[in-house]
Each structure stands twice: as structure tokens, then as C-alpha cells.
Design a protein around this ligand. Structure first.
Ligand SMILES: C[S@@+](CC[C@H](N)C(=O)[O-])C[C@H]1O[C@@H](n2cnc3c(N)ncnc32)[C@H](O)[C@@H]1O
Length: 269
């Protein structure tokens, strides 16, 4: 099963928040204004980044429940969400749970299910069952920051295409839900939610990483190199050389990396 460190989630948070689609957030805020008092459930909440972004922007949500299977991340979420919820006068709780047991999701009285950086980890079968579960509960769904397979590094390097292809192949390996959708997550989600009767809206939410994101760039590049080595051990020397060139560009404040993501809002019929 995949685990994520609190440090990594904290490092990516500013890029995540800057990348998100304000238009989709505004659209769901309008929808909730017409149906106030609903609860919202954030799946794969990690240390609560998604809720800390959404809670002040969705003032008509009466209570947030954060679900994750990682107790340490939920403890961090409790610490970090508490001041935000107190300031807004909104209740919240955290629940340790496994998303693979879809029937256990606490959707009673819920108007909105949210998740960020989740859909690329799940399988096509899970996604279809998730759409059916949300349809049954009559909830809207906002899933943000799903990786879509695009990586553009500037200045370009001769090794970029090969590493990107390996990264995208690695994205499709099992992350605990069966073969992951990886870059296919958003098209698969559009299809699953439309088939379940939802009205679906999408918007690009790319990370744009420049000299202000040096450490995030370094860790991202190292992570990509690790994924590439895992799938192509025979290419290790070439991958290491690529990583060294790219890290030198980061150190020289000359590197810019765009990582393609998509936000998706599905409105229940
Ligand atoms: C990429 S992190 C995203 C965390 C958070 N949403 C954010 O944007 O910072 C993915 C999260 O999914 C959680 N996760 C992965 N598989 C899970 C499962 N089967 N059940 C519950 N949580 C899971 C991990 O613990 C991690 O917190």
C-alpha cells in the first residue's frame, strides 16, 4: 500500500492550493448556498490540506469529516484543521478508515464528497463503484489535482521524454486499489460519473514550479528518477545523469516544471 509523508504533503501544499480551479470551487459554493446545513466528507484527507483550502471557501458546509487510513496523518490534520474550523465556527471530525470499503463511507446527511490527489491512485473498478455509491447517496463530488500525464521541464533535456514515459508507466502500477488509473484518472472519472447521471465539469489545475519551488522540484525530480529506475534498472546510469543535469538547473534557479493536473466537479442529478 502507498504511504505519504507529512513533510511531502506540506511541501506540495502551496503548489496545490495555487493550482486549483477557483471556478469549480465557486460553482460548488453556489450549489451549497442553495442547500445549506449539509455535511461534507473529504476522502484520503492526509494532513487536511484539501479541507483547509475548502472550509473557508464553502461556508455553507455545516460539518466536515476527514477520512484516511493513516493515523499519523490524521493526527496532523486534527492539529492543522482545528484553528481553521474554529475561526469559521464549523465542526469537523477525523475518521481512520479504508476507502476500499466503500460501503463504510459516512455519507448519511452528506451533500458533498471531496478528495484531492486521489483519483490517479485508484483503479477503474473502484472509480465506477465510487460513482455508483455517490449516486446512491445523492452527493456532489469534487475531486481535485488528479495527475494527467503531462510533464514539461524547461530548459528541455534529451532525457525528459524517456523519464516521463517511465513515470507514467509507474503511475499505472497498483497503489492499493488494483492497477491505478494514473494519467487516465480524469477521463475515466468523467465517463463513470456521466454514466451514473452526474453533470460533470473539469478544469486544468497544473502545478507551475519555478525558482520559488526549489525543494519541491528537487524532491519531485528525485521521485521521478526513483520510479524510472524501478521500472528500468538497466537504464540507471542514464537516469542518474538526467537527474544530475536537472538538479543542476534547479540549483541555478533556471528550472521551470509544469505538471499537468485536472480538477473535476460532478453534480448529482
Ligand atoms: C497524495 S496523498 C493526498 C493527501 C491529501 N488529500 C492532500 O491533498 O494533501 C493520498 C492520501 O491517500 C491516503 N490513502 C491512500 N490509500 C488509501 C486507502 N485505501 N484508504 C484511505 N486512505 C488512503 C493516503 O494515506 C494519503 O493521505
Amino acid at each position: 500500500m502507498e504511504s505519504f509523508s507529512a513533510d511531502w504533503l506540506a511541501l506540495r501544499e502551496p503548489a496545490d492550493h495555487a493550482a486549483r480551479s477557483p471556478a469549480l470551487t465557486a460553482r460548488i459554493a453556489d450549489r451549497l448556498r442553495a442547500r445549506p446545513g449539509r455535511h461534507a466528507v473529504d476522502l484520503a484527507a492526509g494532513s487536511g490540506s484539501n479541507v483547509r483550502y475548502l472550509l473557508p471557501r464553502l461556508p455553507d458546509v455545516a460539518h466536515w469529516t476527514l477520512v484516511d487510513y493513516d493515523a499519523a496523518l490524521l493526527a496532523q490534520a486534527w492539529r492543522l484543521v482545528t484553528p481553521v474550523a474554529r475561526e469559521a465556527g464549523v465542526g469537523f471530525d477525523v475518521r481512520q478508515g479504508d476507502l476500499r470499503a466503500l460501503e463504510t463511507l459516512p455519507l448519511d446527511g452528506c451533500g458533498l464528497v471531496t478528495a484531492s490527489a486521489l483519483l490517479d491512485l485508484v483503479s477503474a473498478a473502484w472509480l465506477q463503484a465510487f460513482a455508483a455509491r455517490c449516486r446512491g447517496a445523492g452527493v456532489d463530488v469534487l475531486c481535485t489535482l488528479s495527475y494527467d500525464g503531462r510533464i514539461t521541464c524547461t530548459p528541455p533535456d534529451e532525457g525528459d521524454d524517456a523519464v516521463r514515459a517511465l513515470v507514467n508507466q509507474h503511475q499505472r502500477t497498483d497503489k492499493g486499489f488494483g492497477a491505478a488509473l494514473g494519467p487516465e484518472a480524469t477521463p475515466a472519472a468523467v465517463e463513470a460519473f456521466e454514466a451514473a447521471g452526474f453533470a460533470v465539469h473539469t478544469a486544468e489545475s497544473d502545478w507551475v514550479l519555478d525558482a520559488a519551488h526549489q525543494e519541491l522540484q528537487r524532491q519531485l525530480l528525485a521521485g521521478w528518477a526513483g520510479a524510472a529506475r524501478e521500472l528500468a534498472p538497466g537504464e540507471t546510469a542514464r537516469i542518474d545523469a538526467w537527474l544530475a543535469r536537472r538538479l543542476a538547473q534547479v540549483d541555478a534557479l533556471a528550472s521551470r516544471i509544469v505538471v499537468g493536473h485536472v480538477d473535476l466537479l460532478a453534480i448529482a442529478p
